[in-house]
Design a protein around this ligand. Sequence first.
Ligand code: WQD
Length: 338
Amino acid sequence: MDKNKILVTGGLGFIGSHTVVALQKEGFEVVIIDDLSNSKIEVLDGITAITGVKPEFVQFDLKKKDLVEQFFKTHHIDGIIHFAASKAVGESVEKPLMYYENNISTLIYLLQESVKNNVENFIFSSSCTVYGQADELPITENAPIKPAESPYGNTKQIGEEILNDTAKVEDINVIALRYFNPIGAHSSTKIGELPIGVPQNLIPFVTQTAAGIRKELQVFGDDYPTPDGTAIRDYIHVVDLAEAHVAALNRLLEKKNKSKFETFNVGTGEGNSVLEVIRAFEKVSGKKLDYKIVGRREGDITSAYADTTLVNKELGWKSKLNLEDALKSAWEWQLKQV
Ligand code: WQD
């Protein structure tokens, strides 16, 4: 039987590359579209080194509608996993138009061609950021969507609305996966997180500080209403997150979805504070981390961690790796960086 061919946009990115590996291991044929604006071509070699199968790679900017049309003229696609987007919260505040153009127009062009070419299965990379500071913890999929704290978060909310409205009238089924905080790297250390410039996210800043690349970690606030005063997040291993995409895709391919637009919170269900992350990192790395408590970062919320009941039950997926596994893999990946 022919293998299902899956398009992964942004497939050379952090989550995208780990998902390509998981898809290939599941027996899917993968084609990647990536414009290399926030990734490196060497990631393709990393994927190939892990699975022994080099995915087809097409480099172009999804904002070029004619190139999107051209791609679908030459490829039969059974499903799409759409990662390609700009994702830096702070940058989105400074460059809102770039974020709305890049994250929304690309989704629209991709959806237009998907519908035209009878692609019926679409997985969307969404984010727990759509909840803002949820009123109740852990966070379920029924938690109210709050006004976005950033243009980045708004593009995820708008993206979900576009997909929901499209699925109502077109032959396309959609699952939006709302990630919590993806961290870590593949155990092979052949792929991992490649922040360009000064890392915005906690874990790459931690590993670069431990590696001596950054002078010290700034902890953004210890006056939150949490046990140790620092903010709490649900840190999910990127390898577990990749597996959740395979489970979601299989659900659609096997037509097990219960509606044409579904959302799932994808996290471990555990919350850890910044200080707990630092302690866990020091334990797995054997390194003492230099850090300083400073003021809160604008736009940060106090606490977010997932209620994983629905994703466990409907996708049959549960995270297998814990915080220490993820931090150890992130450190091993950091040590491999020149
Ligand atoms: C985690 C915690 C910081 C850096 C964002 C997006 C989310 C997703 C992941 C894209 C917070 C603290 C951080 C540092 C610190 N992005 N921190 N010092 O903000 O929870 O989520 O990134 O998909 O959509 O919203 O992640 O890693 O930036 O911060 O103290 O140098 O670490 O204040 O409490 P965040 P983060």
